[in-house]
Design a protein around this ligand. Structure first.
Ligand SMILES: *[C@@H]1O[C@H](CO)[C@@H](O)[C@H](O)[C@H]1NC(C)=O
Ligand SMILES: *[C@@H]1O[C@H](CO)[C@@H](O)[C@H](O)[C@H]1NC(C)=O
Length: 368
């Protein structure tokens, strides 16, 4: 009789554990609320391995072939609704570093569109990185101040770093971004190819590096470099501006945008992201595409996620765990927990049965 209570108690304990794990799942799946509805893909993350001497910054993607990339659906940034996803395909994002510089490749299918001199009549891409600890993906840092009141003091901690490449004046395969002439002026501009280095506290408080509402600082520079390409191009010998539009309009193919930046920049204004080997950062990528022949406008862009995507700057070149890590792990560990609880309960039950069958005499092994 004295065994009944432990048995009952343990049974109740088992039930409680099972119920608790169930309840826990309900709680975590009910976390999102509020006006901004965002359910990011928990598996989405981009590894940046140490792979020195692999890629050349020329807009061509063949040297990236063996580098793992994550495929993102492109949803409208302001209203991430699957129904309005970019119809051309997904965007593959790859990254690596060589111990000195970070490299990024954005690859997205799209019929060839090019309108020389018209940045809004050509596809365009941007990368955005968290700089300040409070900076949110949503609303480009999310500082609550208005354009009249935002400054480096009132929005301290909400800084994001943005690289934006508009290709209307950029010859495919040629290098754009940081250049001596714009750097001498102490800002993040690029008068040649419009591959600019900017920072923001929110969508209405956005400036080139070095330019600010409470004065300019001439110590800034454009730390990014990049090039673009489209798979329909048939020459590898080198385009010049006179070859524009470089290919005939409407051809099926893939756009490639390739970028690099030093892991650390000489920024002292909290306007550049700093990459650290062995640490993860938070970033996102955006894509503009002129639809139905109409030029795009600033806020009408696609984004790879409705929240920050982790970027893992790893010290070694070990293979990343490909794909399916996030939720698969969750399901597997949940199942393992369930199994262990069930087996624990069975062992208690068996132990109990054995203990009440004490009448069975002990049988030494050598007699069997
Ligand atoms: C920043 O903005 C705040 C609020 O508008 C203002 O009080 C402060 O003087 C500004 N600081 C600078 C450095 O402009
Ligand atoms: C800062 O630089 C921008 C762009 O060069 C210029 O338009 C602006 O007048 C400058 N502001 C100050 C306060 O010097």
């Amino acid at each position: 009789m004295s065994l009944l209570c432990p048995r009952l108690c343990l049974f109740i304990f088992c039930l409680a554990v099972l119920a608790f794990t169930g309840v826990l799942q309900l709680v975590t799946s009910h976390e999102e609320s509020g006006e901004w509805d965002c359910k990011p893909d928990s598996e989405a993350r981009v590894p940046a391995q140490f792979r020195p001497g692999v890629v050349t910054l020329d807009g061509h993607a063949d040297d990236w072939e063996d580098v793992y990339g994550f495929e993102f659906s492109l949803l409208p940034a302001l209203d991430p609704d699957e129904e309005n996803a970019y119809k051309g395909g997904k965007m593959t994002v790859k990254a690596l570093h060589d111990g000195k510089d970070m490299y990024f490749l954005l690859q997205v299918d799209g019929n060839y569109i090019y309108s020389k001199g018209d940045n809004h009549g050509c596809p365009s891409v941007a990368l955005m990185f968290q700089v300040g600890e409070s900076a949110t993906y949503h609303r480009m840092g999310g500082c609550k101040e208005s354009p009249n009141t935002c400054n480096k003091t009132s929005c301290r901690g909400y800084e994001v770093d943005i690289m934006h490449f508009s290709i209307g004046n950029a010859v495919p395969g040629r290098l754009y971004g940081g250049n001596p002439i714009d750097s001498r002026e102490g800002n993040g501009g690029d008068r040649f190819g419009h591959l600019v280095d900017t920072y923001a506290w929110n969508p209405h408080c956005r400036n080139l590096d070095g330019i600010g509402p409470s004065g300019n600082d001439s110590t800034a520079q454009n730390d990014w470099r990049g090039a673009w390409w489209h798979s329909s191009f048939t020459t590898h010998t080198g385009f010049v501006a006179e070859d524009s539009p470089y290919a005939s309009s409407g051809q099926k193919g893939t756009y490639y945008f390739e970028f690099s930046r030093p892991l650390r920049s000489r920024d002292s204004l909290q306007q550049d992201v700093q990459f650290t080997i062995g640490q993860s950062g938070k970033f996102s990528a955006a894509f503009w595409y002129p639809s139905d022949g109409n030029p795009w406008h600033g806020s009408a862009h696609y984004s790879i996620s409705c929240d920050w995507v982790p970027l893992d700057v790893s010290p070694g070149s070990s293979s990343p765990v490909k794909g399916k890590s996030g939720s698969a792990w969750g399901a597997a560990s949940g199942f393992a927990l369930l199994l262990s609880v069930v087996s624990f309960c069975i062992s208690i039950f068996v132990g109990y049965r054995v203990s009440i069958n004490k009448a069975i005499p002990f049988t030494p092994m050598d007699r069997l």
